[in-house]
Design a protein around this ligand. Structure first.
Ligand code: NAD
Ligand code: TYD
Length: 355
């Protein structure tokens, strides 16, 4: 079987669902269920004997070690993290605790377990660490995209904590020989995306008749990848990636934030027109994020060359599917927004100056 940490979050849940749609190899999902973790994401697996859910913190090395010894997984896919840049600006401590200390704890438990395996099991074992392009920092308009040899230069507490975790993972390979793999992916979007991130926030606010907040001039650039393409890349890296290597994963799809918001408004105008006017009328520029990275772009040639992966969705097809999913899943959005969500919205957006 495989273990998936953070499997009740956005990308982890998509990964678990896609995995079990394509394979009968069982999955143990290990998740603390923070504000971002949601068992409803995995509701379709409730009576599926191939799936086990355990609520736990990745800092709880004892619990994790007991699960390793009981279930003897052949791989650990590590998605669990604090993942929101804006939250890391308001409260970095949780990012240090989970992304750095938690990854360390997981590596220690994994190393101890891996050392109990026989030589052929050790050789076949994988620890796959899911990371981000944000570890590379920010690009100027004319700079080449991030490659696997770009120097790390993280700028936010989130990206700094992910960079630290990447370094620990790398060190466990070089020092102990643990067969690790790291993926550094660009911004994902798709079903089950928590509605405090740009794309689901814009969809939810547009439909609720609320302001569509754009930080600063909105000309910051991100590369966007549909989540199932990211999941396919991870499966491929797990299957054929070289232990110790890292792989950049991206959509070859750079967009300004403003153009993403415009496209979302236009899709909503088409799929759920509002009476009198366009959703674009709700756009408001507000004060910028401190230390806001201007541009991310991914050179994803290595994973294509070595492993034959490339994205299946274009931004147009992926975004249309995403908007359709949110339109069809009001109950999911309402459930998510009924929790701690409102406190976050007040903290982040209330009394924000117009830019
Ligand atoms: P998410 O915030 O939606 O989900 C994170 C999950 O981890 C949640 O289910 C949460 O309960 C769980 N978790 C948090 N702290 C934990 C802890 N201490 N112990 C156990 N579980 C814990 O995040 P996501 O967007 O699904 O991102 C998943 C991974 O992918 C992260 O490592 C993130 O850095 C990386 N990543 C995300 C993106 C993106 O665009 N969202 C892009 C590239 C890489
Ligand atoms: P986000 O989804 O938080 O991802 P990340 O910061 O990891 O790239 O934000 C994507 C971009 O959208 C980022 O440049 C910040 C911007 N943004 C806004 O302009 N308004 C918003 O309300 C949010 C949440 C993000």
């Amino acid at each position: 079987m495989i273990f998936v940490t953070g499997g009740a979050g956005f990308i982890g849940a998509n990964f678990v669902l896609d995995w079990l749609a394509q394979s009968d190899e069982p999955v143990l999902t290990y998740d603390k269920l923070t504000y971002a973790g949601n068992l409803n994401n995995l509701a379709s697996l409730r009576n599926d004997a191939r799936h086990i859910f355990v609520q736990g913190d990745i800092n709880d090395g004892e619990l994790f070690a007991a699960l390793l010894s009981k279930h003897q997984p052949r791989a650990i896919l590590h998605f669990a993290a604090e993942s929101h840049v804006d939250r890391s600006i308001h409260g970095p401590a949780a990012f240090i605790a989970t992304n750095i200390n938690g990854t360390f704890s997981l590596l220690e438990a994994t190393r101890a377990y891996w050392q109990t395996l026989d030589a052929s099991q050790q050789a076949a074992f994988r620890f796959l660490h899911v990371s981000t392009d944000e570890v590379y920092g920010t690009l100027g308009a004319e700079d080449p995209p991030f490659s696997e040899s770009t120097a790390y230069a993280p700028n936010s507490p989130y990206s700094a904590s992910k960079a630290a975790s990447d370094h620990l993972v790398r060190a466990y390979h070089h020092t102990y020989g643990l067969p690790v793999l790291t993926t550094n992916c660009s911004n994902n979007y798709g079903p089950y995306h928590f509605p405090e991130k740009l794309i689901p926030l814009i969809i939810a606010n547009a439909r609720a008749g609320k302001d569509l907040p754009v930080y600063g001039d909105g000309l910051q650039v991100r590369d966007w990848l549909y989540v199932s393409d990211h999941c396919a890349a991870i499966r491929r890296v797990l299957e054929a990636g070289r232990p110790g290597a890292s792989y950049n994963v991206g959509g070859w799809n750079e967009k300004t934030n403003l153009s993403v918001v415009h496209t979302l408004c236009d899709l909503l105008n088409e799929l759920q027109p509002k009476s009198g006017g366009s959703y674009r009328d709700q756009i408001r520029h507000i004060s910028d994020r401190p230390g806001h990275d201007r541009r991310y772009a991914i050179d994803a040639r290595k994973i294509e060359r070595e492993l034959g992966w490339k994205p299946a969705e274009t931004f147009e097809t992926g975004l249309r599917k995403t908007v359709a999913w949110y339109l069809a899943n009001d109950a999911w959005v309402q459930q998510v927004q009924s929790g701690e969500y409102q406190q976050w919205v007040d903290l982040q957006y209330k009394n924000k100056e117009q830019a």
